[in-house]
Design a protein around this ligand. Structure first.
Ligand SMILES: Nc1ncnc2c1ncn2[C@@H]1O[C@H](COP(=O)(O)OP(=O)(O)O)[C@@H](O)[C@H]1O
Ligand SMILES: [Mg+2]
Length: 203
């Protein structure tokens, strides 16, 4: 739990509600929370879904791991404490984006169950959609898109998820996307269909 430090602050509501914005956009503001090992396909999948949603007239926005660490979270490292704060801030940002009515796609390893649950707790029921991007570590290592596994094996990166730091698999994610078995197109189909079936996207 992060404690509230400031006192004498009062919440200020606006004149346009989340529901109003959702009506305008013909969609619901949600957080699609992709979690999985490095190289499992979070960024690729989020990018494909963003492209498809846009083509279908829906507004989404991707919050991606490294990009956020260049800015908002540049003062955080990879210790368990910093990873927790990293995810807490992303959760708060995702909550703001979802409140704006945007289909928010977050692509962070987010290896700790407790941290993901913290993010879940920030959003309302149904607004937090945990997508487990499932892929065995050996397959991720074979892909090694950023050359990070090689560095981790050589001991050049400490606390690397899947090698020298834990990854806690989701217990009951809303969606599981197995990228070792599915093509990118099939994986994206699954998520797009989920959004349509639940009325998160409307025509
Ligand atoms: N079904 C799939 N979905 C997403 N990526 C896939 C899939 N199959 C193979 N890949 C490949 O796996 C790699 C995933 O890399 P990336 O998206 O950067 O992973 P992450 O963001 O999880 O670290 C890419 O090279 C991508 O082309
Ligand atoms: Mg990525």
């Amino acid at each position: 739990m992060t404690v509230q430090i400031a006192t004498n602050i009062v919440w200020h509501g606006g004149n346009v509600s989340k529901k109003d914005r959702e009506e305008l956009l013909r969609q619901k503001g949600v957080a699609l929370w992709f979690t999985g090992l490095s190289g499992s396909g979070k960024s690729t999948l989020a990018g494909e879904i963003e492209k498809r949603l846009f083509a279908g007239g829906h507004l989404s926005y991707v919050l991606d791991g490294d990009n956020i660490r260049f800015g908002l979270n540049k003062n955080l490292g990879f210790s368990p404490e910093d990873r927790a704060e990293n995810i807490r801030r992303i959760g708060e940002v995702a909550k703001l984006f979802a409140d704006a009515g945007i289909i928010t796609l977050t692509a962070f390893i987010s290896p700790y169950r407790a941290d993901r649950d913290t993010a879940r707790g920030l959003l309302k029921e149904g607004e937090f959609i945990e997508v487990f991007v499932k892929c065995p570590v050996l397959e991720c290592e074979k892909r090694d898109t950023k050359g990070l596994y090689k560095k981790a094996r050589a001991g050049e990166i400490k606390e690397f998820t899947g090698i020298s730091a834990p990854y806690e698999e989701p217990v009951s994610p809303e969606l599981v996307v197995d990228t070792a078995r599915l093509t990118l197109d099939e994986a994206a189909d699954l998520v797009i269909r989920y959004l349509a079936d639940r009325g998160i996207t409307r025509q």
